[in-house]
Structure formats: structure tokens, C-alpha cells
Design a protein around this ligand. Structure first.
Ligand SMILES: Nc1ncnc2c1ncn2[C@@H]1O[C@H](COP(=O)(O)OP(=O)(O)OP(=O)(O)O)[C@@H](O)[C@H]1O
Ligand SMILES: [Mg+2]
Length: 447
């Protein structure tokens, strides 16, 4: 798609010749005065402007400022016959992208506009991607749809949420999504990893401390829980918290009051708490590593992040999403993935789930030399591919002791249909029976 370009100059002749020069590459709009130019700029949502600094009744600088106020990402290229150093510096300082002097060298102009155009497309991409990352959990599989449905239902309640699931399944992303879609979205989202530090340090980080409460407490610190006031507190890897701190956390969850280490006063806090774990907490309770009462207190709503292998059909959304993401980071232009490479990924086990997929695509985008990601740039060895015993690739059927003739016949017909792509004529031929007999059997066995 061509980007829109607005040219503002008070000389009709120049407008006409520039339009002629540039309309193959841009959707060109022209204007001779600033109020009309401003109208076009707003109406057409222009983000690329070629502007003459000396307009008849008004000043090009003022107009430029107005453009940039409306669209801070707009790229404005100044043209002027007065090629003074002061003017160029002033223009760049006020936000112009570049400065070009009249008479205009058309090669130079085209080169400049093409670079600007690339930059614009990049910015637009980043913006659309940012929107994506913030709002969207990518995927259409029923089990991930269920997750987004739960999020929708519980986002505005204050209920504590426990997110469980294997490593790399998007637990943290789910937590962020709960926060950003909730009515607390404008308030802080504070996350802490309970596995990252020893118990007493974690306690003082969470609950804050009074100056002098312990060696190293040089000043008062209100702690992470109070920092999350009115917002959301995410306790990642909650399963790693030691038992003593678990009881302090339980007390906090019950009365929503924080007491700093080394201080008797309490502070009321309003936070929504989300906990994450990839441990089996119930099992941790059984072996005495996790308090049962705390377990019930945090497990009001449980969201399970499904492993990628149970939503493998989402590869068709996830792969393009990550290709786009890393095209931008690495300034590459990979357009997609070959069918063979896609097939390999769809048979891959993904022990590291979406994080592993993301790493594979990231590496492939970086290393791939053609337009489409191919098998070689995946760096997956054949041993790592699940030997899928899909029906269509199976060359035998199993017969078990005790099965009767009808059951066996049903299996044989099912197998032959599968092998012949459900084509009845071919199936009948391969079994050495007539099509009518086959039709009768299909009905009888409800196939
Ligand atoms: N459904 C999804 N759509 C898009 N990106 C996703 C999705 N799920 C996960 N990701 C991405 O995969 C990566 C891993 O996700 P995240 O960190 O949320 O996983 P996690 O379950 O917290 O992993 P761990 O248990 O290892 O901490 C992140 O870059 C995240 O943005
Ligand atoms: Mg995580």
C-alpha cells in the first residue's frame, strides 16, 4: 500500500511538478495554504509532509508545529530556497525530519522520501504490534479461548487468582492481561519473583521496613505490596515461598493490612493479588511444603495455561506473529514459513512451550537467508520430532484377542476408507468388494 504524502508550497508550478514526480510511489495531496493543508492533514491522517518554509501569508514553522501536535510521529521534510544554516538547524530542532534546499534535486528527494517511507512503515508496524502485545493473547484454540473467557468474567472482581501451567505457556502474559483489561489498568502492576531471593529478603521487599530494622536498612521502605496499592500485585513462583513467609502472606490476604518489618503500625492496602506457579501446589500441600489454608485462600479462581502441544493448531497464528515481531527487531523482511518447515513444527514436542517456539522463530528470522523460513533454519533434528502415528500414516491395524468378526471388519473398512481418502469406489476396489456392499457396511457400522 502506498503511503500518503502531503506537499505544501505556495507555487502552483512546483506543486504540479512534484506531484508528477512522486505520484507513482505515493498517494499525493497538494495545498497552497496552511489552513487547507491542516484540513487535509487531519482528514486524511497524513504522516508524511513535504513543506515549504516560506508560504505567502503564513510561516512554515508554525504549520509544522501544528502538524506535529496532531501527529507526533509525522515525518516532515522542509523545502526552502533560503538555505541558511540557521533555518536548517531551527527546522530540525523543531522536529523536522530533514531539510532540502531548492532548486530540488529529484534523485535526492526520492531517496529521502523512500527512507522516510521505510521509517514510517516501521513505526506503523511497531505500533500495531505494541497494541497486539499489550492486549492480546494470541490463539484461537478452544482451551486458550476458555482462558480469555475466564479473564473476561473475573477481571473486575477483586478475587485472588492462581495461574498454573508448564514453563513458557504464557502465565505471566495472562497475569498482565488480567491487569490491563481490569478497572485497575491505570494503576500500578507490580510483579515479584518469590524464587529470586531468600525468605527474609523477600519479606522486607514485600512488606517494607523501617530504617534500622536490620543491618542494611538505611532508610524507610514502604515495600512492594504498598507500591501496588490500588493496582495489581503479581507473586510469581509462589510455590517457592518459605513456610514462615507463607503465614505472613496469609494474614495479609485476610485483612489487607501491611506491617513493615521493624514497625508496629499497620497500613490498609487495596490490591488484587495474582499468584503464579508451575508446581503442583496440591502436591506441595501434601508433602508439607505449602500451607493448606494459604492454598485455599489463593486458589479462589484457577486459570490453567494450556501447553502448546494441546493447542498446536494455534501455530498458524503464533508463527506469523513472532515472525513479524522479529522482523522488526532485526530489521528483516521474512514473509513466512515453508510448508515443510511448518510441518516439522507441528510435529515438534515443544517442552518449553510458547517460549521455545518464540526462540526457534527468533533464531530462524535471524539466520534465514531467503524470504521464507525453511527447514534448515529451524535447527530441529529429526529425533526431536514426535513420531506421529496419525491414522493416515499408519500401515497396519491391530486386532486383539477376543474381538469378534464384526468388530474386526469394522476396523478393516475404517482403515481402508482412511487410506483411500474416503473415496468409496477406491475403497471397495482395494477390499475386493462391491460399492453397494461397502455402502451397506458403512451404514451398518455407522462409519
Ligand atoms: N498466547 C500467547 N500469545 C503470544 N505470545 C505468547 C503467548 N503465550 C506466551 N507468549 C510469549 O511467550 C513467552 C513466555 O511467556 P510467559 O513468560 O508469560 O510464560 P510463563 O508461563 O510465565 O513461563 P515460566 O513458567 O517459564 O515463567 C513470552 O515472550 C510471552 O510473551
Ligand atoms: Mg513466568
Amino acid at each position: 500500500m502506498k503511503n500518503k504524502l502531503l506537499i505544501v508550497d505556495d507555487e502552483t508550478k512546483i506543486l504540479r511538478s512534484l506531484k508528477f514526480l512522486l505520484e507513482d510511489n505515493f498517494e499525493v495531496y497538494t495545498s497552497e495554504n496552511s489552513s487547507e493543508a491542516l484540513d487535509i492533514f487531519k482528514r486524511e491522517r497524513i504522516s508524511l509532509v513535504l513543506l515549504d518554509l516560506r508560504l505567502k501569508e503564513d510561516n512554515g514553522f508554525d504549520l509544522m508545529e501544528k502538524f506535529l501536535k496532531i501527529e507526533p510521529n509525522a515525518i516532515i521534510i522542509i523545502m526552502t530556497a533560503y538555505s541558511t544554516i540557521e533555518n536548517s538547524i531551527k527546522a530540525i530542532k523543531s522536529g523536522a525530519y530533514y531539510f532540502i534546499t531548492k532548486p530540488i534535486d529529484s534523485d535526492q528527494l526520492i531517496l529521502l522520501l523512500n527512507t522516510a517511507d521505510e521509517k514510517l512503515k516501521m513505526v506503523q508496524k511497531i505500533h500495531s504490534l505494541k497494541g497486539h502485545v499489550k492486549k492480546d493473547i494470541i490463539g484461537e484454540a478452544p482451551n486458550i479461548k476458555k482462558v480469555t473467557e475466564i479473564i473476561d468474567r473475573v477481571k473486575d472482581t477483586n478475587a485472588t487468582i492462581l495461574i498454573t501451567g508448564e514453563s513458557g505457556t504464557g502465565k505471566e502474559l495472562i497475569a498482565q492481561k488480567i491487569h490491563t483489561s481490569s478497572n485497575r489498568a491505570d494503576e500500578p502492576f507490580v510483579a515479584i519473583n518469590c524464587a529470586a531471593m531468600p525468605g527474609n529478603l523477600l519479606e522486607s521487599e514485600l512488606f517494607g521496613y523501617k530504617k534500622g530494622a536490620f543491618t542494611g536498612a538505611y532508610k524507610d521502605e514502604i515495600g512492594i505490596i504498598r507500591r501496588a496499592d490500588r493496582g495489581t500485585l503479581l507473586l510469581d513462583e509462589i510455590g517457592e515461598m518459605d513456610l514462615r513467609l507463607q503465614s505472613k502472606l496469609l494474614r495479609f490476604l485476610q485483612d489487607k493490612e501491611v506491617r513493615h518489618v521493624g514497625d508496629a503500625t499497620t497500613h490498609k492496602v487495596d490490591v488484587r493479588v495474582i499468584c503464579i506457579t508451575n508446581k503442583d501446589l496440591k502436591e506441595e500441600v501434601n508433602i508439607g511444603n505449602f500451607r493448606e489454608d494459604l492454598y485455599y485462600r489463593i486458589n479462589v479462581i484457577n486459570i490453567v495455561a494450556p501447553p502448546l502441544r494441546e493447542r498446536i493448531e494455534d501455530l498458524k497464528y503464533l508463527i506469523p506473529y513472532f515472525i513479524e515481531k522479529y522482523n522488526i527487531s532485526f530489521n528483516k523482511n521474512i514473509r513466512g514459513i515453508t510448508d515443510e518447515a511448518y510441518k516439522i513444527l507441528s510435529k515438534y514436542e515443544f517442552k518449553g512451550n510458547i517460549r521455545e517456539l518464540e526462540n526457534i522463530i527468533q533464531r530462524a528470522v535471524l539466520l534465514n537467508t531467503s524470504d521464507y523460513i525453511d527447514v534448515d533454519s529451524l535447527y530441529i533434528s529429526p529425533q526431536e520430532i514426535i513420531d506421529s502415528s496419525h491414522d493416515s500414516t499408519k500401515n497396519y491395524i491391530k486386532i486383539y484377542e477376543g474381538e469378534n468378526m464384526k468388530e474386526i471388519e469394522k476396523k478393516v473398512i475404517e482403515f481402508a476408507l482412511e487410506k483411500n481418502n474416503q473415496n468409496r469406489k477406491w475403497t471397495a476396489d482395494s477390499l475386493g468388494i462391491g460399492v453397494r456392499t461397502l455402502r451397506y457396511k458403512i451404514k451398518e457400522y455407522n462409519l
